[in-house]
Design a protein around this ligand. Structure first.
Ligand SMILES: *Cc1c(COP(=O)(O)O)cnc(C)c1O
Length: 370
C-alpha cells in the first residue's frame, strides 16, 4: 500500500504551483542547438553589467576559507548595512536572498486560520510563502496594474497578520508615493506586520518612491526587505536582508537556518555595498535602457506599463505566448506573465544597449509575422 503523497500534503501546498523562473540560457541553447553566447536573456531582472569587480575580488579572497562555516551572525555585512541605513545592528536580518526573509516572515507570523493580504499581479513568492505554511491569501484587485492601498486596508480582517507590499512591484513596475505609504501605515492595525519589499529601490533613487527605511522609527510593525540580486548584481549568490524593529528581527532570527547566508555571498555583498561606482553605473545603464526600450515600443505601436524597476511590462494587445515563443526562436528570452494574470504582456528586463537592440529587432520581426 502506498500513500497518496499529494493528497497527504497540507491543503495549502496541494493548491500551490511551483515558481516559474526565467528560462535558463543553457536550456535554450540546447533546444535550439546554438552557441549560448549568442543568446540574449532579459527574463529574470538580472543586472546586465556582470558583478562588481570588487565583489569578485572579495570572493577570490574568501575562497581560502571555504572549509569553514560562514559567520552565522553575518557581523561584517550587518554592520555595513546598519551604518548605511542608520539603524541598529539588531534591526538587521540577513537572508538567503530576500525571498528567504519573506519566508521567515511567513513561518514566524502565519499559520492555518490566519491570512496575508497582497495585491493582484504582485510578486509570485507572496502566495507561495503564505500557502506553504497553511495560511490564506487575500488577494486584492489591482488598480491601474498597481497596488490599491485603500482597498488593501479594507481587506485586512481580524485574522490578518501580514501585508506584503512591493514598491516598485514586480512584474508590473508600478509604485506608490511616500504620502500613500504613510497613510497606509497610519491606518493599518498595529498587530499587522507590513512587509515592504524594496527589491528594486536602488534603481528608484531620486524619484518619488519613498525610502522605506525612513518609516521604520515611526512604525514598529514595518519590515523593509532588500536584496543584492538586482542593482548590486549578485543574484547567483543569494543574499538579501530585512530591516525592522529589533523585536521582529529577533523573531525572524529564531526561525532562520543557522548559516543561511554563505561566506562568499557575505564577502561579495560587503564589497558590492561599498562600490558606489558600480551602483551608479547600474542606474545609468538602466535609465538609458529604459528609454531605449520605450522608444522601440513606441515605434512598434506598443503600449507599456510605466516602471521604476529594471524591467518593463509591454502590452502586445494580444495573447503574448506565441510572441514569447517566437522570440525564443530568435534567441531572445523574456518573461511571459500570464501566470500573474497578464496574458497580453511580456516582462522585459533592461539589458545592455546591444541586448536591447537585439530584443527590439527580434520583436519587430516576430510581430511582423502576425
Ligand atoms: C527579484 C525580487 C526579489 C529578490 O529576490 P532574491 O531572493 O533577493 O533574489 C524580491 N522581491 C521582488 C518583488 C523581486 O522581484
Amino acid at each position: 500500500m502506498s500513500g497518496d503523497f499529494l493528497a497527504l500534503a497540507q491543503p495549502g501546498v496541494q493548491q500551490l504551483s511551483p515558481y516559474v523562473p526565467g528560462k535558463p540560457v543553457d536550456e535554450l541553447a540546447r533546444e535550439l542547438d546554438i552557441d549560448p553566447a549568442t543568446i540574449v536573456k532579459l527574463a529574470s531582472n538580472e543586472n546586465p553589467l556582470g558583478a562588481s569587480p570588487k565583489a569578485l575580488a572579495a570572493i577570490r579572497e574568501e575562497l581560502a576559507e571555504l572549509t569553514r562555516y560562514p559567520d552565522g551572525n553575518g557581523f561584517a555585512l550587518k554592520t555595513l548595512l546598519a551604518e548605511q541605513s542608520g539603524v541598529q545592528l539588531d534591526q538587521v536580518t540577513l537572508g538567503n536572498g530576500s525571498n528567504d526573509i519573506l519566508e521567515l516572515v511567513a513561518r514566524a507570523y502565519l499559520a492555518p486560520g490566519l491570512n496575508a493580504v497582497f495585491s493582484e499581479h504582485a510578486f509570485a513568492v507572496y502566495p507561495i510563502v503564505t500557502q506553504a505554511v497553511g495560511a490564506m491569501a487575500h488577494v486584492v484587485p489591482a488598480k491601474d496594474w498597481g497596488h490599491d492601498l485603500p482597498a488593501m486596508l479594507q481587506a485586512i480582517d481580524d485574522n490578518t497578520r501580514v501585508v506584503f507590499l512591493a514598491n516598485p512591484n514586480n512584474p508590473t513596475g508600478t509604485w506608490f508615493s511616500a504620502e500613500a505609504l504613510n497613510e497606509f501605515l497610519q491606518d493599518v492595525p498595529e498587530r499587522v506586520l507590513v512587509v515592504l519589499d524594496e527589491a528594486y529601490i536602488e534603481y528608484a533613487e531620486g524619484s518619488e518612491l519613498p525610502d522605506g527605511v525612513e518609516f521604520l522609527s515611526g512604525y514598529p510593525n514595518l519590515l523593509v526587505s532588500r536584496t543584492f540580486s538586482k542593482a548590486y548584481g549578485l543574484a547567483a549568490l543569494r543574499v538579501g536582508y530585512g530591516l525592522s524593529s529589533a523585536v521582529v528581527a529577533d523573531v525572524l532570527n529564531r526561525v532562520r537556518q543557522p548559516f543561511n547566508v554563505n561566506s562568499l555571498a557575505l564577502a561579495a555583498a560587503c564589497a558590492a555595498l561599498q562600490d558606489a561606482d558600480y551602483l551608479a553605473e547600474s542606474r545609468r545603464l538602466n535609465d538609458a535602457g529604459m528609454l531605449q526600450l520605450q522608444d522601440g515600443f513606441r515605434a512598434l505601436g506598443l503600449k507599456w506599463i510605466p516602471s521604476k524597476g529594471n524591467f518593463i511590462a509591454v502590452d502586445l494587445g494580444r495573447v503574448a505566448a506565441p510572441v514569447y515563443q517566437g522570440l525564443l526562436r530568435e534567441g531572445v528570452i523574456v518573461r511571459p506573465v500570464a501566470n500573474y494574470g497578464m496574458p497580453n504582456h511580456l516582462r522585459i528586463t533592461i539589458g545592455l544597449p546591444a541586448e536591447n537592440t537585439r530584443l527590439l529587432e527580434a520583436l519587430a520581426k516576430v510581430l511582423a509575422r502576425g
